[in-house]
Design a binder for this molecule. Structure first.
Ligand code: NAI
Length: 366
C-alpha cells in the first residue's frame, strides 16, 4: 500500500474514533454505478436508524464527513426521542435529479439487507418514499415508505407538529407562558415543514414574518394567509421578533447572522443550524435562548420509528407531543449547570445512553 493510501486509511479510522463511530461501510455496485456510504454511529440503544441522503458531493471525503456527522446526530435524536434505536445514515454520491433509477435503489437495498437489521434507512434530502419502494424489492429494513405501500407517508406534518411543541416550550422558558397568541415569530423556509408550521402558528394567533428563496412557496403561503408579512431571505435574521424559527437549511446561525438577531429565542425544525458548536456558546452569552435543533425536529424520526412497530398515527403524535417536556428538561439542565442549551441536550442524552446501555447489560437469569 502506498503512503498516500495508508494516510487516507488511517485518517478514516481517526475520523471514526473522533466521535466513536462503530462502523463505516463503502458500497459500490458496478452495474448500477451505486456509490454509497453507510455510517453506523452507536447501537447501544438498538439497531441504527437514519435516512439516506443523495447529493452530488464534491469528493468522497465530503460524502464521508456528511455520513459521519449525520449518523452521530441520529444517535442523539433517537435518544432524545426515546426510541430504541441508535444512529446511522447513508449517503449516495450522485445527483438526485439525473442519477436515480429503480435499479440504483434496488442495489442500495441489497447492501442494507446484508446488515440483517443492524441498520434501517429511508428518505432524507434528495430521496423520496418511492425510491425505497424500489429498495424494498431487495430488503425489508426500510422505513418512510408512502402510505399506499404500508408506510407512514409524509413526515413533514408530524415534524411541524413537533416543532410547534418545541416553540411552545421555548416561549414558556423565554416569556413565562406557552400560549403563543400575540408573539411575533420569524419563519425562514416555507417548504414541506415550514409551510405546515406557518399554518399551525397562524392558528395560534401568532404574528408571522416569513421568507423563502423560492418565490412560488412564498406566494402559496401568502395567498393562504394574507395577513402575514413577507421579507427578503437576507432580511429575516434582522427582523424584530420574539422567536426566530429556522426551517430551511443548516448552518444559518453563524458569525454573520448572530449580530443581526433581534429575537429573544431561536427554535425551528431545520437540521444542524449551528454553523459550529461555538455559535451555541455565543447565543448563550448574548442571552438568546436556543432550542436544540435535533430535539425540536424529532417528530419525523418518531414517525418512522413508529412505522417499525406497525404505524399508529395517534401514538406517533402523542409521542411527538412529548417534545414539549423534553425541551423544558433541557432548559432546566442548562440553567442549573449554567451551560449553553446545546451542551445541556448532549449531556442529558449521554447520560441516557449510558443508563440504558447499563440496563441492557444487566444479568436477568437463565
Ligand atoms: P423542503 O426542501 O421542503 O423546504 C426547505 C425550504 O427552505 C425550501 O422551500 C427552500 O426554498 C427554502 N430555503 C432554502 N434556502 C433558503 C434560504 N437561504 N432562505 C430562505 N429559504 C430557504 O424541506 P423540509 O422537508 O421542509 O425540511 C426543512 C428543514 O427541516 C430541513 O433542514 C430538514 O433537514 C429539516 N427536517 C425535515 C424533516 C422532514 O420530515 N421533512 C424532519 C426533520 C428535519
Amino acid at each position: 500500500m502506498s503512503n498516500e493510501k495508508e494516510q487516507v486509511f488511517q485518517s478514516i479510522f481517526e475520523q471514526m474514533a473522533q466521535y466513536g463511530h462503530e462502523q463505516v461501510i463503502f458500497n459500490y455496485d458496478k452495474t448500477t454505478g451505486l456509490k454509497a456510504i453507510i455510517a453506523i454511529h452507536d447501537t447501544t440503544l438498538g439497531p441504527a436508524l437514519g435516512g439516506c441522503r443523495m447529493w452530488p458531493y464534491e469528493n468522497e471525503q465530503a460524502a464521508l464527513t456528511d455520513a459521519l456527522r449525520l449518523s452521530r446526530g441520529m444517535t442523539y435524536k433517537c435518544a432524545v426521542a426515546g426510541v430504541t434505536h441508535g444512529g446511522g445514515k447513508t449517503v449516495i454520491i450522485g445527483d438526485p435529479k439525473t442519477d436515480k433509477s429503480d435499479e440504483l435503489f434496488q442495489a442500495l437495498g441489497t447492501f442494507v439487507e446484508t446488515l440483517k437489521g443492524r441498520y434501517y434507512t429511508g428518505t432524507d434530502v434528495g430521496t423520496v418514499g418511492m425510491d425505497f419502494v424500489s429498495a424494498t424489492k431487495q430488503s425489508k429494513y426500510l422505513v418512510g415508505l408512502p402510505e399506499e405501500y404500508g408506510g407512514s407517508g409524509n413526515s413533514a406534518i408530524i415534524t411541524a407538529f413537533g416543532a410547534l411543541q418545541a416553540i411552545k416550550a421555548t416561549a414558556k422558558e423565554a416569556f413565562g407562558r406557552d400560549y403563543l397568541a400575540g408573539l411575533t415569530i420569524a419563519v425562514q423556509g416555507l417548504g414541506k415543514v415550514g409551510s405546515d408550521l406557518v399554518g399551525r402558528l397562524h392558528a395560534e394567533g401568532v404574528k408571522l414574518i416569513v421568507t423563502d428563496v423560492n418565490e412560488d412557496s412564498v406566494r402559496r403561503v401568502k395567498s393562504e394567509y394574507p395577513d402575514i408579512e413577507v421579507v427578503a431571505p437576507e432580511e429575516i435574521f434582522g427582523v424584530e421578533c420574539d422567536i426566530f424559527s429556522p426551517n430551511a437549511l443548516g448552518a444559518c446561525i453563524n458569525d454573520e447572522t448572530i449580530p443581526q438577531f433581534k429575537c429573544r429565542a431561536i427554535c425551528g425544525a431545520a437540521n444542524n443550524v449551528l454553523a459550529q458548536p461555538r455559535h451555541g456558546d455565543v447565543l448563550h452569552e448574548k442571552g438568546i435562548l436556543y432550542a436544540p435543533d435535533y430535539v425540536g425536529n424529532a417528530g419525523g424520526l418518531i414517525q418512522v420509528a413508529d412505522e417499525l412497530q406497525g404505524y399508529n398515527k395517534e401514538r406517533a403524535f402523542k409521542n411527538a407531543s412529548l417534545i414539549y417536556d423534553i425541551m423544558l428538561q433541557i432548559f432546566e439542565i442548562a440553567k442549573k449547570d449554567n451551560i449553553p442549551t446545546y451542551k445541556a441536550a448532549d449531556l442529558m442524552i449521554d447520560r441516557r445512553i449510558e443508563t440504558i446501555g447499563r440496563l441492557s447489560r444487566k444479568f436477568r437469569g437463565k
